[in-house]
Structure formats: structure tokens, C-alpha cells
Ligand binder design. Sequence first.
Ligand code: FES
Length: 136
Amino acid sequence: MPDRPTSIHICVTCRNAGDPEDAPERPGARLYRMLRQAATRRGAPVELIPVECLSVCKRPCTIGFSGPGKWTYIYGDFAPDEASAEVILDAAKLYAATPDGLIPWRQRPSALKKGVVARIPPLASHPTPDLPEAAE
Ligand code: FES
């Protein structure tokens, strides 16, 4: 398995209900900026990838963790602040330490427990289940 850093996708178009469309900086973009600053400060081995919309628009701000051979996780409800950036980077460290992306429930920060939206299996890891033959 390639040794790649955890990828964190950050929706930079997330905004709160009622926010003006033309605000100078959307909350998602602010969270991305907070993450870049925190990651640089820490020297965190993560790849921060800004994206436009993760289809979780009603739960801003939204991010996702992914890595080779690992489950992808999507989380919402992050405030666009430094505290969220620190929690996300702490969680990314836990994610990186797993072989499959499954952070044990007890280790997960509460923001991840409450904010989980979806998990998606790794590519090419879908064993074909033994399905019963269709009745004819
Ligand atoms: S705008 Fe952020 S998930 Fe859609």
C-alpha cells in the first residue's frame, strides 16, 4: 500500500443558512484557511484539498477523510474556527494510524461522533457477496 498522507477534503463553499452569497469569505473557506494554518504550525502530514460542495450543504462546514485502501468518512457541523481545525487534525492523526480508516468509536472526538454523515468503502475492496440464486 502506498505511503500517502491522509487527504482531507474541505468544502470551501459551505455557508450558513441566510449568509449572503457574496460574503467575502464563506465559512467553509475560513475553515480551510484555519486548517492550512494549523497544519503548517504542526507540520501535520496531511493533504488539504479544497473542494466545491460535498453535498452536505445543510450541515456546514463539511470535510472528508480519505486514504489509499481506507474507508472514506464525511463529517459535517464544524464551526469555521481554530478549535475545529485542531480537532480535525487530531482526528486525521487517528485516521492515519488505522489500516482501514476505521477509528475506534471510543477514540473518536465527539465532533466526529456527532458530525458523521457517511462512510464509503475503499475502492477495489468490495468482495462480491454470496447472494442466493434468484428464484425462478
Ligand atoms: S456547499 Fe458545502 S457541502 Fe455543499
